[in-house]
Design a protein around this ligand. Structure first.
Ligand SMILES: CC(C)(COP(=O)(O)OP(=O)(O)OC[C@H]1O[C@@H](n2cnc3c(N)ncnc32)[C@H](O)[C@@H]1OP(=O)(O)O)[C@@H](O)C(=O)NCCC(=O)NCCS
Length: 199
């Protein structure tokens, strides 16, 4: 246990206890959540632009993402070296159809919390995959000793906000006119958080 109150051992063991995870879908298929690895870089370069083009709920506009495989590999390497980060790939029939994970900031003053995020390809919505990715991320945070988990969600993403509320997150702040929507209007970003001691 660190002097400031939580276990700083690498999250690798915690991740290995949680993943891979198997979820039977209502349509009979199986979704496997596993840890992302550097060799997923190419698959992510297919997944990400497709996902960005499907909704107005994520930071990238369609076509804005322009990373190379090497940049993606570097990102994944750094992410895997981070002892306070979790990165999940959700696969169906061997194809990445969802991503999720959480990471604590670099500053020790803030390392008692982590930001969580996720996305699932549209054709796989409503099958319980988003909820499972979130449940795994929340449990990971609990096991690595986080005090709090938080996320940012656009105010018009009512479905995601509903899911987060069901999972115990509360809306604690709004950043006004924070993002530009595809139609040119502005939207607020809502900060939602879960404090483990309260859940
Ligand atoms: C948000 C997202 C991840 C949800 O993924 P999903 O796999 O479709 O989610 P699930 O099938 O697990 O459903 C999530 C839960 O939300 C619930 N839900 C859906 N709409 C809801 C609403 N309006 N109010 C309350 N709950 C709602 C569902 O009932 C489900 O709960 P249940 O498991 O108790 O039935 C997915 O829609 C997505 O990737 N969207 C685009 C990217 C995005 O918005 N990411 C989040 C950015 S903050």
């Amino acid at each position: 246990m660190g002097t400031d109150g939580f276990d700083k051992s690498p999250s690798g063991d915690v991740t290995a206890d949680l993943l891979p995870d198997r979820l039977e879908l209502s349509d009979g298929r199986v979704c496997e959540c596993r840890a992302l690895v550097e060799d997923d870089a190419e698959a992510l370069l297919e997944f990400l632009p497709r996902m960005h083009g499907e909704t107005d709920f994520v930071n990238y506009f369609p076509g804005e993402f322009d990373w190379t495989v090497e940049q993606e590999r570097e990102f994944l390497r750094k992410r895997m070296d981070n002892p306070l980060a979790l990165s999940i790939a959700a696969e169906v029939d061997g194809r990445i159809i969802g991503l999720g994970g959480a990471a604590a900031p670099d500053f020790r003053r803030m390392q008692h919390h982590a930001e969580v995020g996720l996305a699932v390809l549209k054709e796989f919505w409503h099958l319980g995959i988003g909820r499972r990715i979130m449940e795994l991320s929340i449990e990971w945070g609990r096991r690595v000793g986080l005090h709090k988990m938080y996320l940012r969600v656009y105010d018009y993403n009512t479905r995601a906000r509903g899911m987060y509320r069901k999972l115990g997150f509360i809306e604690e702040a709004a950043l006004r006119e924070d993002i530009r929507r595809a139609d040119g209007t502005f939207g607020n970003t809502i900060i939602m958080s879960l404090v483990y001691e309260e859940s």
